[in-house]
Design a protein around this ligand. Structure first.
Ligand code: NAD
Length: 495
């Protein structure tokens, strides 16, 4: 494989401060291979949601900064798009290796900026995306594949300059889900992390700088959606916008990108169903379903927030779910005992409390949790793990994405009704079916209108194409199909 000389600048790698005193200030954006002063002196403060303390600061980029970054990406595209597959694979491998060396720093950064427990950050928020990145080295030759049809050669080309706009819940994972396939395909990019969790993206930029990726291939701007994000969506020199976030912002982005006819990929919200069939291991299924909603404090777009249980097993399922939720330890992200931390921000806490109140007002039965602060947490964005039963699928808590540790249990009468309830949603991101007969479970899974459906206790695989049906989005990320999103198709027609 093509070898790259690592360009580690002496004195560049700062000693990492211990978590208790975490503080990181970035004054520059990363544009055209340089740490570049922004056009204004304004900054965004980053707050640790566990203790509400400011832990960092990044520049507030404006439309002029975006323009400079897009121009750098455009200039770099000419040569980057013609690099060999081996060369791009070597860069991807070098970035993933360097990132692995700094994985502890990355885990601590993500824990500090969004509150995930450190163990969860290490394993899920950092190790998994590094693995996903490394695997993209295998996809760099896809763009070179040609197909012949009669007198036509069908070839692929990288689409061009990409703008990536990301959320805060799995920040590195979502960043890698876009950066890795773009690098593999031969595209250049400008990335904008969420204003809530920008620090991990600066660390990624440091790693990319250390590796010596050619100038302009990767550019980082930090800012809010309305200024910086919208400037990316309307920029005439951006060919593709890939966005992960709320359906509200996703539709706005598509509208902004429409006049310049950009390709728009949207990874949006979800309200996924877990169909627990009568013939299932009820206890295992319910416990798994509760954990699925509680991990990452419910801030998982694929979370199975609607648990569908046969009416004859309802009370048994509720009792198991209550026990499982009450044993799930929410606490200080730095404590080894914590299985989940606070919400990622105080405003997300408000959003979740608002929905718990809506559930109470709608007449759902509160099995556990509620709107009160969890005992022992006077500060921070903590909420209680909450389960509602007697939920009907037309309630707002069953239709709208809450994005917190709130589970709705819904009773059904037969399997076909369960599938109908699962599909009666504006969303279609994920789902799960549990039936002791795997072949039957697969048949049911085929009937669920969602981009990923897990069968029994099947688990996450970062090679599986990821994306949504309906208002959960357009396009797929990860694996080979994720890379193909970054291609244009050209027909060369022979005489
Ligand atoms: P959000 O939509 O508020 O923000 C996401 C990003 O979009 C941020 O970087 C923000 O600055 C930017 N943004 C907001 N408005 C914009 C605008 N008008 N123009 C350009 N950019 C804009 O979402 P969030 O609160 O950060 O994230 C939570 C949401 O993300 C949830 O709905 C969740 O389901 C969804 N999500 C989806 C997936 C998926 O892959 N399907 C993954 C994670 C999160």
């Amino acid at each position: 494989m093509y070898q790259i000389q690592l360009d580690v600048k002496l004195g560049f790698v700062e000693l990492f401060s211990p978590m208790e005193s975490y503080m990181k200030t970035y004054n520059n954006l990363y544009i055209n291979g340089q740490w570049t002063a922004p056009n204004s002196n304004e900054a965004i403060e980053v707050t640790n949601p566990a203790n509400e303390q400011v832990i960092g600061q990044v520049p507030l980029a404006n439309a002029d900064d975006v323009d400079v970054a897009v121009k750098a990406a455009r200039a770099a595209f000419a040569s980057w798009s013609t690099t060999s597959a081996d060369e791009r694979a070597a860069y991807i491998s070098a970035i993933s290796s360097k990132l692995a060396e700094r994985s502890e720093e990355m885990a601590q950064t993500i824990t500090a900026e969004m509150g995930a427990p450190l163990g969860f950050s290490r394993e899920v928020q950092v190790e998994d995306p590094i693995d996903a990145l490394a695997r993209h080295a295998d996809f760099t030759s896809l763009v070179d594949e040609e197909k012949k049809l009669f007198n036509i050669d069908i070839v692929k080309e990288p689409i061009g300059v990409c703008a990536f706009i990301n959320p805060w819940n799995y920040p590195l994972h979502q960043m890698i889900g876009k950066v890795a396939p773009a690098l593999a395909a031969g595209c250049t990019m400008v990335v904008k992390p969420s204003e809530i969790t920008p620090l991990h993206a600066f660390l990624l930029a440091e790693v990319i700088d250390q590796v010596g990726l050619p100038a302009g291939v990767f550019n980082l701007v930090s800012g809010y959606g309305q200024g910086c994000g919208e400037a990316l969506c309307v920029h005439p020199d951006v060919d593709m916008v890939s966005f992960t976030g709320s359906t509200r912002a996703g539709t706005r982005i598509a509208q902004l990108a429409a006049p310049t006819v950009k390709r728009v990929c949207q990874e949006l919200g979800g309200k996924s169903a877990f169909v627990i069939c009568r013939d299932s291991d009820l206890e295992a299924a319910v416990r798994m379903g509760v954990d699925d909603v509680m991990y990452n404090t419910g801030q998982t777009c694929t979370a199975l927030t609607r648990m569908l249980v046969h009416k004859d097993q309802l009370e048994q399922a509720i009792a198991i779910a209550k026990e499982q939720a009450e044993a799930f330890v929410f606490g200080d992200p730095l404590s080894e005992d914590s299985m989940a931390g606070p919400m990622a921000s105080m405003s997300q806490r408000e959003q979740v409390l608002k929905y718990i109140q809506i559930g109470l007002d709608e007449g759902a039965r509160l099995v556990t949790g509620g709107v009160e602060r969890p005992e022992g947490f006077d500060k921070g964005a903590y909420v209680r793990a909450t389960i509602f039963a007697d939920v009907s699928n037309d309630m707002r808590i069953a239709r709208e994405e809450i994005f917190g540790p709130v589970l709705c249990i819904i009773a059904y009468e037969d399997e076909q009704q369960a599938i109908a309830i699962a599909n009666d949603s504006p969303y279609g991101l994920s789902g799960r079916v549990w039936h002791n007969n795997k072949a039957h479970a697969k048949q049911l899974a085929r009937q669920i209108k969602a981009g990923q459906v897990y069968i029994n206790d099947g688990f996450w695989n970062n090679q599986a194409p990821f994306g949504g049906y309906k208002q959960s989005g357009n396009g797929r990320e990860l694996g080979q199909i994720g890379v193909e999103e970054f291609f244009e198709t050209k027909a060369l027609i022979q005489s």
